[in-house]
Design a protein around this ligand. Structure first.
Ligand SMILES: C[S@@+](CC[C@H](N)C(=O)[O-])C[C@H]1O[C@@H](n2cnc3c(N)ncnc32)[C@H](O)[C@@H]1O
Length: 242
């Protein structure tokens, strides 16, 4: 997900109470999804790390089942379906708007895709199959608290076969000294094409740090973890189940 346009750093603050905690699944509204799609400036830059991820996984001759969690328009899944022509993919997301966009974007691969509308905060109801070779997710986990991140990785790790991959391309909080510098530098490099000040969704707390991801993966039994790419505060983590 894209960062705030505000010049302030993401701060480590408790999330605002809405009164709905624990009562409804936290997902984007369809308006948020549509606004985000219209303002996604980082999409082009992220093609490179998506291809890096696929190139790393391609050393494994055994990639036939791919799951993309919170897949949105399906860009990460698309790179993998292209790289592994014999594979099948599961598109997972909570949004109807994203699903219609993804159905168009992934039209060429339609016969190889299953569609699962589910909640990434709770996989229990999604009936995702075990034995998956690669689990992708991008620009979705930066909304999590460290505990939610731990629950997320613990929820998906059992779906992976032994030797399977978890790959996360997301934004991280870089700490007080670097966060605002990197955000400001990125804004200078990428022209601001947006017509309003909104990316379509809110960041009410700091993103987890890369160290939080490594710790949460370790707690889920995934101890082999590498950062394969980083640009500013966006990183690609590649992890392999023992
Ligand atoms: C910033 S977009 C990223 C989309 C895609 N992964 C990418 O990088 O292009 C975040 C996605 O998370 C989805 N999402 C938000 N809350 C969700 C939830 N609780 N469960 C599943 N998906 C969710 C949104 O619908 C949206 O598609």
């Amino acid at each position: 997900m894209r960062p705030h346009r505000s010049t302030s750093t993401w701060r480590r603050e408790p999330p605002r109470e809405t009164g709905n905690e624990g009562k409804v699944p936290r997902k984007w509204s369809e308006d948020e999804a549509a606004q985000w799609l219209a303002s996604d400036l980082a999409a082009e830059m992220l093609d490179f790390p998506r291809r890096i991820a696929a190139s790393i996984v391609s050393i494994d001759g055994n990639v036939s089942r791919i799951l993309d969690i919170a897949s949105g328009p399906g860009s990460f899944l698309k790179v993998f379906l292209e790289m592994f022509p014999e594979s099948v993919g599961i598109w997972h997301d909570a949004s109807d708007t994203m699903r219609s966009v993804a159905e168009k974007e992934l039209e060429l691969y339609a016969s190889r895709i299953s569609w699962v509308q589910g909640d990434m905060y709770n996989f229990a109801g999604s009936a995702l199959p075990p034995g998956i070779d690669v689990i992708l997710t991008s620009r979705a986990t930066h909304h999590f608290t460290p505990q939610e991140l731990a629950d997320f990785y613990a929820g998906i790790a059992p779906l992976l076969r032994s030797g399977g991959w978890i790959i996360n391309l997301d934004h991280a909080y870089l700490g007080l000294s670097w966060d605002s510098i990197f955000r400001s530098a990125r804004r200078d490099l990428f022209p601001k094409k947006r017509t309003n000040d909104s990316t379509g969704h809110k960041h009410e707390k700091a993103a987890p740090e890369i160290a939080d991801h490594i710790a949460a993966l370790r707690n889920a039994g995934i101890t082999e973890v590498q950062t394969a790419w980083q640009a500013y505060y966006t990183f690609l983590i590649v992890a392999r189940k023992p």
